[in-house]
Design a protein around this ligand. Structure first.
Ligand code: OAD
Length: 238
């Protein structure tokens, strides 16, 4: 398929869903989770990203999240993030479903988005569930909940935890009703996000995948665009 055909596809589409993963932020200098330099090569998810890990060693978990906050705080949205925000402005019916917790999509101007794995810049009280903005970069300064004094945790979804139903429902219903889905920079193996392209495909949507490598989603993608998000995504509409 040539570029003119891709642009035609995008022009004809009226309800678009974009699903993103860590690959979209890679060009902003934020490490992905899998692959040779992925975070899970150097760290054990079960010691850092599970409710059990937090119950056992909250300081260690906060130290790791504050270290990641430090990296993210220096990062800027890249042309991939900007292209997705630009796409949003061209459609009335648009939803971005991101697994990323870094907040870079918002920084790039995306408004119609669901952060299904939460936001690293928020903390949630384990006692009263109050959510507050939390920009602290030093784990030793993470204080108690300002409402009830309970222990705060990062407001992200960990392994073994359900995605809050409102976020999940928005993502699933958009996938069921879209006519075009772009899946960018995700390994497509963490559920339930990984099932969104399959739901969309079953409902008749055209699936475009953008990735530097093939994934389990590639088998059902109508179009696989091999390359970096920052290189490929701006070319979809420009
Ligand atoms: P992964 O690290 O699993 O996958 C990143 C994907 O991006 C891979 O398929 C890479 O080939 C691709 N990639 C890397 N750089 C790219 C680039 N510049 N342009 C395009 N593609 C690129 O990240 P996710 O799929 O987001 O969850 O991982 C899903 C979830 O697993 C995360 O949200 C996180 C993690 O454990 C939790 O922590 C709950």
């Amino acid at each position: 398929m040539d570029t003119a055909e891709i642009k035609q596809r995008l022009k004809r589409a009226s309800h678009i869903v974009v699903v993103t993963g860590a690959g979209v932020s890679a060009e902003s200098g934020i490490p992905t989770f899998r692959g040779p330099d992925g975070l899970w090569k150097h760290y054990r998810a079960e010691e850092l990203a599970t409710p059990q890990a937090f119950a056992k060693n909250p300081e260690l978990v906060w130290e790791w999240y504050c270290w990641r906050r430090g990296i993210i705080s220096k990062a800027k949205p890249n042309p991939g993030h900007v292209a997705i925000a630009e796409l949003e402005s061209r459609y009335n019916d648009f939803l971005l479903v991101t697994q990323n917790v870094d907040g870079l999509h918002r920084k790039a101007g995306s408004n119609k988005l669901v952060e299904i794995h939460g936001c690293i810049w928020q903390a949630r009280c384990v006692k009263c569930n109050a959510i507050e903005q939390d920009n602290e970069l030093d784990y030793r300064n993470i204080g108690p909940c300002s409402r009830c004094g309970g222990r705060k945790r990062p407001n992200v979804v960990w392994f073994g935890e359900p995605i809050p139903p409102t976020r999940l429902n928005s993502a699933f219903s958009a996938a069921e009703s879209c006519d075009l889905m772009i899946v960018a920079g995700t390994s497509g193996i963490v559920q339930p996000a990984a099932s969104l392209p399959f739901i969309a495909k079953k409902a008749g949507a055209y699936i475009i995948e953008v990735n530097v490598d093939t994934t389990p989603i590639s088998a059902i993608a109508d179009l696989f665009l091999k390359g970096k998000c920052g290189d490929v995504l701006p070319g979809l509409y420009s």
